[in-house]
Design a protein around this ligand. Structure first.
Ligand SMILES: [Cu+2]
Length: 169
C-alpha cells in the first residue's frame, strides 16, 4: 500500500507543518548563537554547581549566582592550573583562616586569568565574559566569611570551594 495516493496525501498534510516548525526552530537557534555561550554557575553550601568539567576554547559568558540560604559572600575566581597541579592543591594551600600561612593569602600563588567577577552576596548574581584558550583551569573562592555573616572563618577554597575544568581546542 505504499503507492496509495490517499495515504501519501495524508502524510504530506502532516509533514508540511512539521517542516515549518523545524525551519522556525532553526531560525531561533541561529539567532541565540550569535553571542558567546552562557553558562550558569551557582553556589550552595560552599560548592559550585553547573560548571561543566570540559568547555570548548573561545569566548564564554558566565552567570554566577550565590544561592546560599544564609547571608555570605562568595566569588568565582578563574585561575590557570600549572602542569601537575590539580584542584586539591588549591584546596590544601587555602586551608586555614585569613592569618594562616598560606591560608587565604594563597590566592596570590595562582595565575588569575582575567575576569573580575567581583563577589556576590547571597541572592545576588554577577556576569562575566572570559576568553579561554585550551588548558587546565579552576574556579575558586578565597572569601573567609561564615554562613549567616558571623565573623571570619577559613578561606572557602580551603573548605573545598574549588572546581577544576578543562578547555579543549
Ligand atoms: Cu566563598
Amino acid at each position: 500500500m505504499v503507492g496509495n495516493p490517499h495515504v501519501a496525501g495524508r502524510a504530506w498534510r502532516v509533514l508540511i507543518p512539521l517542516v515549518g516548525v523545524v525551519v522556525l526552530l532553526g531560525a531561533a537557534c541561529s539567532k541565540s548563537s550569535s553571542g558567546p555561550p552562557l553558562t550558569t554557575v551557582s553556589v550552595q553550601k560552599f560548592r559550585y554547581h553547573g560548571m561543566p568539567t570540559t568547555l570548548s576554547s573561545g569566548l564564554h559568558e558566565f552567570l554566577f549566582e550565590n544561592r546560599e540560604s544564609l547571608a555570605i559572600t562568595h566569588e568565582m575566581i578563574p585561575i590557570a592550573l600549572p602542569a601537575g597541579k590539580v584542584a586539591q592543591d588549591v584546596i590544601n594551600d587555602a586551608k586555614g583562616p585569613a592569618d594562616a600561612t598560606p591560608g587565604a593569602a594563597s590566592e596570590d600563588e595562582w595565575l588569575h586569568i582575567g575576569g573580575d567577577f567581583g563577589a556576590a552576596d547571597t541572592g545576588a548574581s554577577v556576569v562575566e565574559t572570559l576568553y579561554l584558550p585550551p588548558g587546565t583551569y579552576a574556579i575558586a573562592c578565597w572569601q573567609t566569611g561564615n554562613l549567616g555573616g558571623q565573623g571570619e572563618g577559613d578561606a572557602h577554597a580551603g573548605r573545598g570551594m574549588v572546581f577544576q575544568f578543562t578547555v579543549t581546542g
